[in-house]
Structure formats: C-alpha cells, structure tokens
Design a protein around this ligand. Structure first.
Ligand code: TYD
Length: 219
C-alpha cells in the first residue's frame, strides 16, 4: 500500500520558518512507542536540545472527546474525529514548537488513522482526504514492530475492555498488517523486540544513519 502520494506535499509547499525537527513514532498498541518516545526525548535533552513529547489523540477538545467517549463511533465518524484532533494538534502544538526550534516527538500521527481506521474498513483515500491541507511532514517516522502476541501480552489488562479477546486480537492483526504494508521512504521500521534500551539504540542509530543528528546539531 502506498499512501504517501501528495499527502506530505501540501503543507510542505507552504513552508514556514521551521527550526525544530519532527519525529514520529508509530506502531500497534503495546509496541513500545511511548517508552521509546520518552527515551529519545531524554537522550536529546541530555545532548542539550529541547524536545517536546506529544501524542495523539491530543489533549485538545476533540482528543478529550475521543478519549472520554463511552461507545466507539462508527469507522467513518471515528476517522473524521481523529483528523479533526490532528488538525488541532498540528496547528496548536506541533507548529508553534517547531517554530521555536524545539524538536517535536509525536506518539502517533497520520499513519495511526491509516492503520486503525483502515482496519475498520475506511478507504485510505477517504482517510488521506480528511487529513489533507494541514499536515506537517515529519523528518522520520519510526515504525516499531513487535509480534501481535508480544504486544497483546504487554497490554493485556487494559486494552481488551469492551471487546472479546478474539475481536481485539483480530483487530490488532489487521492494524499490524496495514502498518507493515505501508510504503513511504519516511518510514523507518525498527524492531521493538528486546529490552527498551536496546530498541532505543536502534532508534538512535537510525537517526544517525539518516543524517538527522546533523540536522539537530545545526539547530
Ligand atoms: P494510544 O497511543 O494507545 O494512547 P494511550 O496513551 O491512551 O495508550 O492511542 C489510543 C488509541 O487510539 C489506540 O488504540 C489507537 C487509536 N488511534 C486511532 O484509532 N486512530 C488514530 O488516528 C490515532 C491517533 C489513534
């Protein structure tokens, strides 16, 4: 699946004075994104850089609505809500930080919608169209890969509420399949297996290999 198309272009063409770098972590629930986002932010801070860790769904009005909803909306409505929240997140949190020269590390971004709402049957075209016109292009998207069984074991207690175990496994497998099928040069697949420190070293090595540490040191 190749969703990259022009999606990263529209905002990019409206260049704004951008000081900071923008890194994204993606992956299924339990893949370790949140831990890795924290470890990377700590590492960058230790190097004397300012890093902002942020996440989707955001703490904005729509993000709070998504988190607090007692019943899950239909797939199309859900895709619309996540896009609306992302628009807020980009305009209110990400862009202002990048303008200040802060390195932004986001736990989830566009491809969460592609994978999670895609797995509920929403066409990728529809998701991209809902998300068009406001996206900032990341410098790299780390895709943390862990077997669905490993991820489920990590989240077992919290994430299966409201779903039968079977449905949760099935859904996560579908999400995982979409993530693994994404074809975008910005995506850097990283094995999420093993101790968190080791995974972090893989992440940091990838930044170095892609020349992104030089980008940071020029900030
Ligand atoms: P998650 O990163 O797991 O947040 P938490 O900090 O609460 O663990 O995200 C919550 C859920 O939202 C997760 O199951 C994936 C889902 N999600 C989507 O379905 N679509 C999206 O666009 C995003 C950003 C998240």
């Amino acid at each position: 699946m190749n969703p990259r198309m022009e999606i990263w272009q529209d905002r990019y063409s409206k260049r704004f004075a951008r000081g900071g770098a923008f890194f994204v972590f993606e992956g299924i629930d339990g893949s370790g994104k949140t831990t890795q986002a924290r470890l990377l932010a700590d590492r960058l801070e230790a190097l004397g850089l300012t890093a902002l860790r942020t996440a989707e769904p955001s703490d904005g009005p729509v993000g709070r609505l998504i988190r607090s909803a007692s019943t899950r909306p239909g797939p199309h409505e859900e895709a619309r809500l996540f896009a609306k929240d992302r628009n807020y997140h980009v305009e209110q949190i990400i862009i202002p930080a990048l303008r200040r020269g802060v390195t932004v590390i986001s736990d989830r971004y566009l491809y969460s919608s592609v994978a999670y709402q895609g797995a509920r049957g929403v066409a990728i075209k529809e998701i991209l169209s809902l998300n068009s016109g406001f996206l900032v292009k990341p410098d790299i998207i780390f895709l943390l890969l862990a077997p669905v069984e490993t991820a489920l074991a990590r989240i077992k207690s919290e994430r299966t509420e409201g779903y039968s175990q079977f449905e949760a496994v099935d859904y996560l497998r579908a999400v995982d399949r979409i993530y693994r099928s994404l074809d975008d040069p910005l995506i850097c697949p990283v094995s999420g297996e093993g101790p968190a420190d080791l995974v972090h070293e893989r992440v940091f090595a990838a930044l170095r290999e892609r020349g992104l540490l030089d980008l940071l040191s020029n900030q």
